[in-house]
Design a protein around this ligand. Sequence first.
Ligand SMILES: Cc1cc2nc3c(=O)[nH]c(=O)nc-3n(C[C@H](O)[C@H](O)[C@H](O)COP(=O)(O)O)c2cc1C
Length: 176
Amino acid sequence: MSKIIAFSGSNSSTSINKQLIHYISTIKENVEVIDLKDFEPPIYSPDLEKEVGSHQKIKDLVSKFSEADGVIISTPEHNSMPPAFFKNILDWLSRTGATYLDGTKYLQDKKVIVMSSSPGGSGAKGAQALVQKMVGYAGAEVVGNYTLPSFYDNFIDGQLVNEELKNELKDVLSKI
Ligand SMILES: Cc1cc2nc3c(=O)[nH]c(=O)nc-3n(C[C@H](O)[C@H](O)[C@H](O)COP(=O)(O)O)c2cc1C
């Protein structure tokens, strides 16, 4: 049975993307949920990188990925982009393959599903597409994506209540 790491790109304690990821861990086996806040480095700067190399928290995150066969990510959207919190982690991660891990990309040969959710009708699809592009550079095999729009209409009391969206989610999760 493959091991899957799942996380959201949010640093909010009430994150809707975290709620989606938690829900997934209740309907799919072998999903370990992690909180990216536990792996949060300072804002990336070339000067800091010269000083510390790869930040220890980023090394810890890469090592977490290396234990997994697959990764599920759900990103929020801030102004049509992934939030700065998440982009910062992705920037640090992008340096690991090039510089510190003998050219091994941090998601090399990992199956990845990229998801997103927002309270609006777009479901943060724009940010999702950008994250998909970034993890593609990191060697991921993106096997599926999923959008949960209008979060507060479709996700009530910890459950996905829209049958169509529920079936779509099951289909995409079967790919990893
Ligand atoms: C600074 C800021 C910018 C936002 N921009 C967008 C946006 O471009 N598109 C969108 O769908 N929602 C946007 N939102 C609303 C977020 O989708 C909403 O806050 C959501 O709960 C964030 O996901 P999270 O709860 O998982 O952190 C924005 C919210 C903030 C605070």
